[in-house]
Design a protein around this ligand. Structure first.
Ligand code: PMP
Length: 454
């Protein structure tokens, strides 16, 4: 049965007046009604309701890693739904796809990360990581060990707990759980380096962590959470050696290390997981979502070390955590098929070449006057625009420079994501070389067009 949807621009936008958009300026949307209606997708491209084919430069939302409309994933979901549409993983129930995906993630995740709790989104995977660690320390008889260390610039989601760990700038006018989370300095050398050498800046970041631990007391801190490369905070790559050094300080203070790999896992940086392979860190917990199913189904996971699991599964406790859709059969089937595809097509390995090509193409835009910094790695890139390149003076927010460049790019066939003065690119991992090069070409023309008017 086909749903027989109205896919015309007008038809969709009329119905859409009832949809509350996520992470949007709702007032501006109400005023100008402007939206891009995406009606179809294929490979590295999406199609809008006006018939335009656009390069999907944001990979859905940093998630369609294997590309759109992959038959293998669609068939696996359909077959699973025909066999077992739904059963939960509560109490003593399990089912084949959830068990198999847990085993596969345990095989791929680094070191002793062998126990997998499923959920539906990156936000609740992070939320769950903290809840589980709180319970872990309760079980160890250390109930005071509860505070969470995060960082300015971080994005960990928008549940009440995940937003508290996210950078404070992303909840202006909204309430946050107070007192639980402390935000450390943002490791962005170009913006925050303040005349220091990179090595001095790294020392300052580590001192910030040490000072914070001393002030709060290690006995009161449960965990530290960090994205290997900050994503929605502006694609921020920390100084060389930062993650290893932060992890060592955490370990010395019995502070558990949560790596939020919601964006960086499943090939975006050329590996299934980035923590160990790229940054040399062995976390206690890794959270994933997005690329685990390439976005075909909402599925996330909180991957725990054997040691944490041992404590929370010891006699006398109860695991009071989980959602109806934890390990949903269709989501787990999508994850298995997606990972199967990534293995058989060697997608992570290929990203080590194609992603470098993409990165180099974007870095070359650094010669443009309006471009202050091009940063990121492989298929996770950001371009920050500045009014004055010499002193890094930003454009005023009301100049909407990121948005204008994104609009100019979309007109030329590339979807990119504006974030204030930054443009984010996180495409599918399956673009051919010509499409990769086309992205850089479109961006150069688009930036030049906007530069002529600001
Ligand atoms: N962590 C990171 C690093 C993310 O980028 C995101 C989403 N962009 C999340 C967590 C939250 O994931 P979700 O939107 O699936 O809740």
């Amino acid at each position: 049965m086909s749903l027989d949807l109205d896919v015309s621009t007008d038809g969709v936008l009329t119905a859409d007046t009832h949809l509350v958009q996520s992470w949007a300026n709702l007032h501006a949307l109400k005023q100008d009604g402007a939206r891009t209606v995406i009606v179809a997708a294929d490979g590295a491209f999406v199609f809008d309701s006006e018939g335009n084919r656009l390069i999907d430069g944001i990979g859905g939302l940093w998630c369609v890693n294997a590309g759109h409309r992959r038959r293998e994933i669609i068939d696996a979901i359909t077959t699973q739904l025909e066999t077992l549409d739904f059963y939960s993983t509560f109490y003593n129930f399990t089912h084949p796809p959830a068990a198999a995906l847990a085993a596969k993630l345990a095989e791929l995740a680094p070191g002793p990360l062998n126990k997998v709790h499923f959920s539906s989104s990156g936000s609740d995977a992070n939320d769950g990581a903290v809840r589980i660690l709180h319970h872990y320390f309760n079980r160890l008889g250390r109930p005071a060990k509860k505070k969470v260390l995060s960082r300015h610039g971080a994005y960990h989601g928008s549940t009440h707990l995940a937003i508290a760990m996210t950078t404070p700038g992303y909840s202006e006018g909204w309430d946050r759980a107070e007192g639980l989370v402390h935000h450390l300095r943002c490791p962005h050398y170009w913006r925050e380096g303040d005349g220091m050498s990179e090595a001095e800046f790294l020392d300052a970041l580590l001192d910030d962590l040490r000072d914070t631990i001393e002030r709060i007391g290690a006995e009161n801190i449960a965990c530290y959470i960090a994205e290997p490369i900050m994503g929605a905070g502006g694609v921020i790559v920390p100084p060389e050696g930062y993650h290893r050094a932060m992890a060592a300080i955490c370990r010395d203070n019995e502070i558990k290390y949560i790596a939020d790999e919601v964006v960086t896992a499943f090939g975006r940086l050329g590996h299934f997981f980035a923590s160990e392979a790229v940054f040399g860190v062995q976390p206690d917990i890794i959270t994933v979502a997005k690329g685990v199913t390439s976005g075909y189904q909402p599925l996330a996971a909180t991957i725990l070390s054997d040691e944490i699991h041992e404590v929370v599964s010891s006699p006398g406790g109860m695991f009071f955590h989980g959602m109806t859709y934890s390990g949903h059969p269709a989501g787990a089937a999508a994850g298995l098929a997606n990972i199967g595809l990534m293995e058989s097509e060697r997608i992570p390995e290929r990203v080590r070449t194609s992603g470098r090509r993409f990165e180099a193409g974007l870095r070359a835009l650094g010669d443009l006057d309006m471009v202050g910094e091009v940063r990121g790695s492989h298929f996770m890139m950001g371009i920050e625009f500045v009014r004055d390149k010499a002193d890094k003076t930003p454009f005023a927010p009301e100049e909407l420079v990121g948005l204008k460049v994104a609009q100019a790019a979309q007109k030329r066939g590339l979807v990119a994501r504006p974030l204030g003065n930054i443009l984010i690119l996180s495409p599918t991992l399956v673009m051919d070389d010509a499409t990769i090069d086309r992205c850089a070409g479109i961006l150069r023309e688009s930036i030049a067009e906007v530069a002529a008017h600001v």
